[in-house]
Design a protein around this ligand. Structure first.
Ligand code: FE2
Ligand code: FE2
Length: 342
């Protein structure tokens, strides 16, 4: 006789026994059903978002340096979200063994695809040469830098860490893609609309994407905690890896941001770097590490487009708060009673 509750309770984020029980309702990860529901509630499609005639004529009125920055930032997010789809599909999802988490990650993968559709939709409706955002990475080396970050990182991963420690660092790399990379690009579009009030269609698309990225970041922050708990990952041991890759990401992101801003789009390089450092600190704090930069957000207008979710922050803090003891939910026979028909 199969003991279903044992299967649910024995699940592991990585390296567990695979099973075919797809229900997310019975999850030892207490937050997982609400996370999937939040994703379903946030469902949207690019063509449903009101766009875009005004944005197109507004784009034509922009000075050349702003057109360049608009196209460059749009190409960047398009290319990087494509990279994110590959990272999820090849490096993370195949290795998740808890079905309930895999289900959320697969939904995320579909959302990332929706994001590339959205960027393309903006390009088709605003730019005179929409295909350019797809092909720009072929000749623009600055756009390819994000790949170097990933390659460097994967090379760094495997020195002296066991396989579960490696997975923890790998989760953090994904968190960098959810919560640090892209943020300069988002800031650029928000400020453009904030200053001109002429790009509401583009900005609405971006804020929907940003909302999803926040959900993804919350998800992977929680997965990091669960995985470390299940496998007794020594967080002090992996700390240098986490910090080094975070610093690398700040360096790469700042370099791209300075390149696209080019000192002519209304930002200073100092405040751009501070914003990126502020994002990096948040990534570290949410998984229980000290901030490196002690940076505050220099863009007080940013969060009006993408507010934090205080409910999830509360769950995250149960992991990082030393005085509370997070417990997995124990699935009991009673939980499953009458739920199965076979
Ligand atoms: Fe995305
Ligand atoms: Fe994402």
């Amino acid at each position: 006789m199969v003991n279903y509750q044992e299967i649910y309770n024995n699940r592991k984020v990585f390296g567990g026994e695979p099973d075919r029980l797809e229900s997310i309702e019975y999850s030892k990860y207490t937050w997982a059903p609400a996370m999937l529901q939040r994703m379903k509630d946030n469902h949207w499609l690019p063509e449903e978002v009101p766009l875009m005639d005004k944005d197109k004529s507004s784009f034509r009125e922009l000075p050349e340096h702003m057109k360049r920055a608009f196209e460059l930032n749009l190409a960047r997010v398009y290319f990087t979200d494509g990279t994110q789809i590959t990272n999820l599909g090849e490096n993370l999802i195949p290795h998740l063994t808890a079905n309930c988490l895999k289900q959320i990650a697969q939904r995320q993968e579909a959302e990332e695809r929706n994001h590339t559709d959205s960027y393309l939709y903006i390009a088709m409706n605003v730019l005179d040469d929409p295909i350019s955002i797809q092909t720009r990475y072929l000749w623009d080396e600055e756009l390819q830098e994000v790949l170097k970050l990933l390659d460097r990182t994967l090379g760094l991963l495997f020195h002296g860490l066991n396989k579960f420690e490696q997975r923890a660092v790998q989760i953090h790399i994904n968190r960098i893609l959810e919560g640090l990379i892209f943020y300069w690009n988002f800031a650029f579009f928000y400020k453009l609309n904030y200053d001109t009030k002429k790009f509401s269609g583009t900005t609405t698309q971006i804020s929907y994407i940003n909302k999803d990225e926040k959900t993804h970041l919350d998800f992977w922050s929680l997965v990091f905690h669960e995985h470390c708990l299940e496998r007794n990952v020594d967080k002090d041991k992996i700390k240098p890896f986490i910090e080094n890759i975070t610093k690398d990401a700040v360096w790469y992101e700042s370099a791209f941001a300075h390149y696209s801003n080019n000192n002519e789009c209304g930002f200073t390089n100092t405040e751009i770097s501070q914003f990126i450092e502020y994002r990096a600190d948040k990534l570290l704090i949410d998984i229980g590490y000290e901030p490196i930069y002690q940076a505050s957000n220099p863009f007080d207008w940013f969060n009006q487009y993408a507010p934090e979710h205080s409910d999830v922050q509360k769950v995250i803090s149960t992991f990082t708060d030393k005085s509370t003891n997070y417990q997995h939910k124990i699935i009991t026979p009673n939980d499953l009673k009458g739920k199965f028909t076979w």
